[in-house]
Design a protein around this ligand. Structure first.
Ligand code: FDA
Length: 302
């Protein structure tokens, strides 16, 4: 019951303005977002590298309203790629197409993405296009496919909550595309998405079993020990080496699990978001775990 409410509130500008100007809340959000500046994100990525993990940097932002904002987001990602190279980090970038102006036109947005993927190709880096709500799925897949006609340093994300995902996985594998598999963080209607968590989980395992034997380097992004256990068991049964795929987790979540996977010899990448536009990201993290909400409420009334 809480999840749909929190996901709805993620779009509230009044709540955003209130939460993001509250000192206690800003401090607490640091658990999920290390800071607002690139320098802080670079330091967080360095710490991950030292702990044996790679990183993916996300300059937070989504649903921009003007071309100017989209172009600024594009420029900031070019700078992130340069900063990763300058710091010799084992890191790539993750971005959202609505931050690059998807709401302002598909062609415009595709052009912004191509500027970034070209620069990533020059620097031998990689761009992950995050998957947003289902209103954007079709366009995201189209834009990624188009970008991939020029370079293969771009991949995307598939959400196991959607009925369509198995077909999307097969189409993307046909293109040789690297996929990050997630459960899905958005509120979706029951005619297109599994309403029950156990079905989302079962589909996650089913899709993982299609991805791993494909010979393409994919990412299993989850903090769920059951999904992780299903993946490591399947990989062992099929004799798929530990360096042929990676686990991904969000900054600040299940750091114990991140470390234990590294100790077991698995590849782990930490998704590090930064920037001032952290409110919707933060609300999605609250929606995933009601226990976080209790903590949030305590801080609010302190
Ligand atoms: P699940 O929600 O079942 O949680 C399993 C366990 O993980 C919980 O019991 C708890 O221990 C821990 N946990 C999970 N979330 C937590 C939280 N917020 N705080 C504390 N503990 C938590 N989604 C999307 O739609 N598009 C995208 O592009 C991405 N990208 C992405 C990248 C990466 C690297 C990750 C890890 C996740 C995403 N997601 C995403 C989010 C994803 O869809 C999903 O909402 C979250 O990962 C939560 O689902 P889990 O698989 O972790 O399992």
């Amino acid at each position: 019951m809480l999840r749909p409410l929190l996901l709805e509130l993620a779009g509230s500008t009044r709540l955003r303005d209130w939460v993001t100007t509250n000192g206690a809340m800003r401090g607490w959000a640091r658990r999920f977002v290390p800071g607002e500046d690139l320098a802080v994100a670079i330091e967080a990525a360095k710490a991950c590298n030292l702990a044996g993990m790679s990183a993916s940097l996300d300059h937070l932002g989504e649903n921009v309203h003007t071309r100017d904002e989209a172009q600024k987001a594009c420029a900031s990602y070019l700078a992130v790629l340069d900063a990763i190279t300058a710091a010799h980090l084992e890191a790539n970038i993750s971005l959202k197409l609505t931050q690059l102006g998807l709401d302002l036109g598909e062609e415009f947005c595709a052009g912004q993405l191509r500027r970034i993927t070209r620069h990533a190709a020059e620097l031998h880096n990689f761009v992950r296009v995050d998957m947003e709500g289902s209103a954007y799925t079709e366009r995201t897949l189209r834009i990624v496919e188009h970008a991939r006609t020029e370079t293969d340093v771009v991949g995307t994300v598939i959400q196991s909550c959607l009925f369509r995902s198995e077909q999307d996985v097969r189409d993307l594998l046909g293109q040789g595309c690297r996929i990050r598999l997630v459960k899905g963080a958005y509120r979706e209607p029951s005619h297109i998405a599994f309403p029950r968590k156990r079905d989302v989980d079962a589909n996650y395992v089913q899709l993982m079993k299609i991805l791993l034997p494909s010979g393409i380097y994919h990412a299993l992004a989850t903090h769920d020990p059951q999904m992780i256990e299903a993946t490591t068991r399947f990989a062992a049964e099929r004799q798929i080496a530990k360096d042929k795929f990676e686990f991904q987790m969000l900054y600040g979540i299940r750091t114990d699990l991140q470390s234990s996977l590294v100790r077991e010899g698995y590849r782990v990448r930490v998704y590090i978001p930064f920037g001032s536009e952290w409110f919707p990201y933060f609300m999605r993290r609250l929606a995933e775990r009601p226990a976080n909400l209790l903590f949030f409420a305590k801080n609010l009334f302190r």
